[in-house]
Ligand binder design. Structure first.
Ligand code: FEO
Length: 393
């Protein structure tokens, strides 16, 4: 339990050991589930809860904050890493009401089997008085579920933003101390969770800009007492601007696709392009996702397996497509033994991207002179496109 401001306490849990989220997202630095108590002169609100496994920590912290009565549990988001202890808190504080919007209420009934009469439903812009403290609710849909909203604590100028602006990092720093480290964690988090919703996020950032924010208190990672740091970072990530970067993600079975990768990487570096190279068999999905935030071009390399792409390459294409980065150009290269439909298969998996396809290079067996020339041509085509965008001189 830590004090954020007078009568505002952080009562969530740091999960130092968790290494996978949603059975999908690697967590190299663990994470935290931030929850807060706001104690007004008349009423007390718990802002979000924690992942079910951390419920004992939340309860211990509430007790340590000397809270005998909870009147409201503000549930910003239905996902269980924030709502998962709500039923247990209701058992301990039976007079409490869950304050949330209609969409989140329906989710919490579906997901947690909470009784209908335990809710107070709020609308966008509504406020809730705790006596000498007032909460205002701001709906911020699609960061990253449709029901998500934020709470603005008027007197203390704190924006409780739930997943919005969060970062998966277990840290003893209540407030951000190492901005470089948090920038990387928050960017990775944005890429994995928020990137498909860039347009909605743009609107939501405008919506919160009316507040004179002193503290952003997200539900994962440290709190921001210099909010412009993370708001400016988000503005950059959601912009349409791309950088002179190529993400090369490849899977090679017997070395031919790896040889093509090495050649293409060098060809691009020689031409002044920044390359982010990932061997899909050993790479961290979060690092690949983060690299997609800025890259102008994505190139997928693959061996041929059963007449199609290597499953790791197909999986990468599927993930890139789902994350909808602002990538402007895509291409494919690889090697085959006797044939296949790799290009058709992979390009079919990338339908969400509004990207131009640069001529793929598929070669029979190990790459030879004419194949390397084709890779030079691919590098030249990428360079020409980057020059057209003005991101490469
Ligand atoms: Fe941190 Fe969408 O839950």
């Amino acid at each position: 339990m830590r004090k954020v401001k007078e009568n505002v306490f952080a009562v969530g849990a740091i999960d130092w050991d968790r290494r996978l989220f949603d059975e999908l997202i690697p967590l190299p630095d663990g994470t935290s589930y931030n929850a807060f108590i706001v104690k007004g002169s008349e009423k007390t609100a718990l802002i979000d809860t924690v992942d079910p496994e951390m419920t004992p920590t939340l309860i211990k912290n509430i007790i340590q904050a000397d809270i005998e009565k909870i009147d409201y549990i503000i549930c910003h988001h239905g996902e269980q890493d924030h709502s998962g202890s709500a039923a247990e808190i209701l058992r301990l504080y039976p007079d409490a009401k869950i304050v949330t919007n209609a969409k989140c209420k329906a989710m919490l009934i579906d997901l947690l089997c909470i009784a209908e009469d335990k809710f107070e439903v709020i609308a966008d812009g509504d406020s809730l008085s705790l006596g000498d403290k007032m909460l205002e609710f701001v709906f911020t849909p699609w960061v990253h579920w449709p029901e998500t909203f934020c709470s603005w604590l008027v007197e203390d100028k704190i924006l409780f933003s739930c997943d919005f602006f969060g970062s998966h990092i277990a840290s003893s720093d209540l407030f951000v101390k190492n901005e470089d480290k948090i920038y990387e964690s928050a960017k990775r988090y944005f890429a994995e969770i928020m990137m498909p919703f860039r347009t909605a996020i743009r609107g939501n950032i405008e919506k919160i800009s009316k507040f004179d924010i002193e503290i952003i208190a997200p539900s994962h990672g440290s709190l921001y007492d210099k909010p412009s740091f993370i708001i400016d970072a988000y503005k950059e990530w959601i912009s349409d601007k791309v950088k002179n970067e190529v993400v090369i993600a490849f899977a090679s079975m017997h070395g031919s696709t790896r040889a093509m990768t090495d050649y293409l990487v060098d060809a691009l570096i020689d031409r002044g392009v920044t390359v982010k190279r990932f061997d899909l068999v050993v790479s961290d999905l979060g690092e690949i996702a983060a690299s997609l935030v800025d890259a102008a071009t994505v190139v997928i390399g693959t061996s041929t397996v059963l007449a199609g792409a290597h499953p790791a390459a197909a999986s990468a294409a599927f993930v890139v497509n789902a994350l909808r980065p602002k990538t402007k150009f895509v291409s494919i290269y690889g090697s085959y033994g006797w044939g296949g439909k790799t290009v058709e298969q992979l390009s079919g998996l990338l339908g969400n991207l509004k990207a131009e396809i640069i001529e793929p290079v598929l070669v029979k067996g190990h790459p030879k002179g004419k194949d390397l020339k084709a890779l030079d041509e691919m590098a030249e085509a990428i360079v020409a496109k980057h020059r057209e965008l003005g991101i490469l001189k």
